[in-house]
Design a protein around this ligand. Structure first.
Ligand code: APR
Length: 248
């Protein structure tokens, strides 16, 4: 591991426009379950039945009951872990420019990163399916499901459900960041959901070094990424930062 960390540090030392692409794996140590793999949400549920736009339109009360209400409780309790804080420190050092995240938990912003592209939207806000008004999630009373807006419309997370478009601004900004970056850190994502999974491909094609932090290999490993640190993000990012700071 020490050797792999040293190689990653070598890449990051000279970087000025590094970008991180993050996924559910980075938030596991904050108590938020991932989607795939052991203990993943999709082990217990079929995503198309509770996290697709069709399911939401057909039976919003069920989607709230099975998925959204629990997620609200879990995300409200969650705090950034050493992985999030490591990426914030990397920004403070002038190395990391942008975080592109598939997560909707807002933990990168809480950790201190200032340029965060929320590729799959955010759970911090709910949007009325009737009038489009937005309300902060922590203000929503979920004792009667589904919660409704003052206009009577159903509230839904301002996040991307299966079958929905990625917010166009996020798509454009993520592509620009990937094209410009010198190093891309791919942290805690299985890299199987498109179009997020093609963001590191763009970076690689433009000459960036792609480094994964993931205990498991992904379809990117060895093809798009030149290096994988095979460990938990909250363990390896502090080690990486310590090594980086000792060598500057
Ligand atoms: N540190 C880093 N990575 C980890 C850790 C950890 N402690 N624990 C697990 N992982 C890795 C797993 O090996 C896996 O590759 O994190 C990844 C989590 O993958 P997914 O659960 O598929 O999460 P993600 O890639 O973010 O999913 C993408 O799929 O369901 C949709 O919209 C949802 O944004 C999500 C998208």
């Amino acid at each position: 591991m020490q050797e792999l960390i040293a190689r990653a540090v070598e890449r990051l030392r000279g970087a000025r426009r590094a970008v991180a692409l993050t996924g559910a794996g980075i938030s596991i140590a904050s108590g938020i379950p991932p989607f795939r793999g052991k203990g993943g949400l999709w082990e217990s549920y079929d995503p198309m039945e509770i996290a697709s736009i069709e399911a939401l339109l057909a039976d919003p009360a069920r989607v709230w009951k099975v998925l959204v209400k629990d997620l609200k409780a879990v995300i409200e309790r969650a705090r950034p872990n050493a992985g999030h804080l490591g990426l914030a420190r990397l920004e403070a050092l002038g190395i990391l420019a942008t975080v592109i995240t598939q997560n909707i938990d807002g933990l990168h912003q809480k950790a201190g990163n200032t340029d965060v592209i929320e590729f799959h939207g955010t759970f911090a806000w709910q949007r009325c399916m009737g009038c489009g008004a937005r309300i902060e999630t922590h203000r929503v009373d979920d004792s009667v499901l589904p919660p409704r807006c003052a206009c009577g419309g159903v509230l839904r997370p301002d996040a991307v459900f299966f079958g929905e478009m990625i917010p166009i601004e996020a798509l454009v900004r993520a592509r620009e960041a990937a094209e410009r970056c010198d190093v891309m850190l791919v942290v805690g994502t299985s890299a199987v959901v498109q179009p997020a999974a093609s963001v590191p491909v763009i970076a690689r094609q433009r000459g960036a070094a792609v480094i994964e932090i993931n205990p498991e290999p992904t379809p990117l490993t060895g093809v798009v990424s030149e290096l994988r640190l095979p460990a938990a993000a909250d363990e390896v990012l502090p080690l990486l930062l310590a090594e980086l700071e000792s060598r500057r």
